[in-house]
Structures are given as C-alpha cells and as structure tokens.
Design a protein around this ligand. Structure first.
Ligand SMILES: Nc1nc2c(c(=O)[nH]1)N[C@H]1C(S)=C(S)[C@@H](COP(=O)(O)O)O[C@H]1N2
Ligand SMILES: [Mo]
Length: 324
C-alpha cells in the first residue's frame, strides 16, 4: 500500500470552504422554491442543485489513484496548459481559452447510442454518481511534438463501457464533440469536417488507461480543456482525446476521425505514439515540454507500453498505420 502526500495543486480546505457554503446555500434556495420566485421576478432560473460550474473546486477532493500519482515529470502549471490549447471549435490557434468560456457546459447530457443495452440519454451528474471518480496524473503528447503533464479528475472509460453493456456487435466506441454554432466560431469554418469525432476499438476502451476527464488541477474541468467531459488516451497522440463529448456510440464500423477525414495521408485511426515514425512534415523523435523550454526524447507508447502494448500484440508493429 502506498501513501501519497496531498499534491501541491490541491486547494487547501480553508479555500474550499466558502465554495461549500455557497453550494449549500444554493441547495437551500432551490429547496425553498427559489427557482420559481426567480422566474416570476424575471431574474432567470436557478441552476439545478447538482450542477458543477467549470473551474470551481471539485468537492470533496477525489482519491488520487496510486498507480497514476506520479507521471515521472513535473506537472505542467495550469497557467501554461490552460492557455495553450487545441480546440478548433473555438479557433485554430492556441489562445482559445477566453473564447471557450462561452461553451455551454452546465448542465450536460450524454447520448449513449448503438449496440448497448443502456443506449439512451444520461445526465452527467447521474453518470458521475455511478462512476468511481478519481484523480490521475497523465502525460499528454500532441502530434505537433509538444507535451504536458496534467492532474486529471475523472473515471476510467472501461467503467462507462461496462455500465453501458455493449453487445457483441459493438467493435468500436465512437466519440462526438458538441458542435454549437452559437458559441463556437470555429464551426463556421465549413471546410473542417464537423463535428469533431474520434474513436477506439472496444478492446482499447476496456483497457484501464483511457480516462473520461471531468476535472483538472482539483477543479471542475475548465472549459478550454473540453468541459464538462473529454476523453484522455495518454499513449496516443493528443488529437485522439476528443473534448466536450456529447455522444458515445457503440458501433460496428471503425469511426472516421476529424483529422483522418481532413488529412488521411497524415493522420489515421491508431495514432499510437512512436518516436521512430515521423509525421510526413516533421520528426516525432523529440518533444517540447510545455512550460519548461526543455526538449525531451519521445518514448514509444508515450511510456505507457506496460499497460497497452499487449493490445497490439497481433498487429504488425513495423507498419506505419499503427503509429499514424
Ligand atoms: N473537440 C475537440 N477535441 C480536441 C481537439 C479539438 O480541436 N477539438 N484537439 C485535440 C488535440 S490536437 C489535442 S493536442 C488536445 C489538446 O487538449 P488540451 O487543449 O486540453 O491540451 O485536444 C484534442 N481534442
Ligand atoms: Mo494535438
């Protein structure tokens, strides 16, 4: 049994308390019929008591998974990772954090579709109540050759898959991002194949590593990271980790991803990290570690081979297609 010190990004209890008081007060107001009063007086309707506004402290703090407490590298400061984002729905540059604050992330409903006994609609709060919410520190490697380390909050995708009870017809899991023309200016760039879609095999989805992320740095997921729920696949290039997921489908056919559809000669379905297979336009041997100015050698499977290499044991590792 390992014991870990509370990591530094955890918010001290004394700073969390006012938020707790606020949440309690909100619950009390809802109980008193505040929503009705507010609507009648034209003040707007109160939020459901269960809502989690992006960026607020995640309370109570979830347990830190001892297997993923330390990513072997320093955690990227939130000021860095939270202001250098890829989220094309809000723009093609890295500075989309302000624009992303318009994302309507709360409340949120997920559609579960396809070959699964539990196909249907579920509210994020209802889903979270069924899932083992925990914290994991993961490395992230973007195909553009930069990397970061983030303490995520979330639950294993495998738990969601098991809960959904897919049938044997389900060979792949497809993820679809919200496409909201009102709040996402990037959607108007009609040459991109919206909505943003990604997918994994059902075997990959059942591996313990894929994480459904709902928080970061001790907080409800800030919007620019893909609030309120995004995927994180730490052994694959970052573009596989779809943000702001609204639809999870259990399908027979291999899903066509956003980047694969846009530029199939450069991006494919597998996109497993491997320093030896270059992108057609740049090397993948090294990575720029965000926030440090350091270059570091890239590691096959982004260093998660112990967990995931077995998934590909029957595949030809010399084929470029497994890596791009
Ligand atoms: N919906 C959506 N998901 C997305 C993207 C995007 O543009 N839209 N970009 C991807 C890419 S290329 C990367 S590297 C990561 C970036 O995640 P971050 O902004 O939290 O670092 O999100 C991925 N998920
Ligand atoms: Mo990326």
């Amino acid at each position: 049994m390992h014991f870990h010190r509370r990591p530094s990004w955890h918010i001290p209890e004394r700073e969390v308390t006012p938020e707790r008081v606020f949440l309690d007060r909100r619950a009390v107001l809802a109980g008193l019929g505040f929503a009705g009063v507010a609507a009648a007086s034209g003040l707007g309707v109160a939020r459901p008591a269960a809502a989690r506004p992006a960026g607020e402290a995640w309370t109570p703090a979830p347990p830190l998974d001892p297997a993923y407490a330390d990513a072997g590298r320093a955690i990227t400061p939130e000021a860095v990772s939270g202001s250098y984002n890829n989220f094309y729905e809000f723009g093609t540059h890295k500075g989309i954090a302000d624009a992303a604050q318009k994302l309507p992330s709360d409340p949120w409903t997920l559609q579960i579709e396809g070959h699964a006994a539990r196909a249907g609609e579920i509210g994020l709060e209802d889903l979270l109540a069924k899932m083992p919410v925990q914290e994991r520190v993961y490395r992230h490697r973007c195909v553009e050759a930069w990397s970061m380390v983030v303490p995520w909050i979330g639950f294993p995708l495998a738990e969601l898959v098991k809960w959904a009870e897919p049938t044997s017809a389900a060979k792949y899991v497809r993820f679809e991002t919200l496409s909201d023309e009102k709040t996402m200016p990037g959607i108007r760039q009609s040459w991109y194949p919206w909505p943003y879609v990604e997918g994994v095999t059902i075997e990959e989805a059942l591996n313990p590593l894929p994480f459904m992320v709902t928080g970061a740095y001790g907080k409800v997921l800030p919007k620019q990271f893909g609030a309120p729920i995004r995927l994180h696949l730490p052994w694959k290039y970052g573009f596989k980790s779809a943000k702001s997921v609204i639809r999870i489908s259990f399908v027979e056919e291999q899903p066509m991803g956003f980047w694969q559809e846009l530029q199939g000669s450069e991006y494919g379905f597998w996109a497993n990290v491997n320093p030896e297979f270059s992108h057609p336009r740049w090397s993948q041997a090294q990575e720029r570690v965000l926030g440090t100015g350091d270059e570091a050698p890239t590691v096959i499977w982004n260093g998660y081979g112990e967990e995931v290499a077995g998934l590909y044991k029957d595949m030809d590792l010399s084929k470029r297609g497994l890596w791009f």
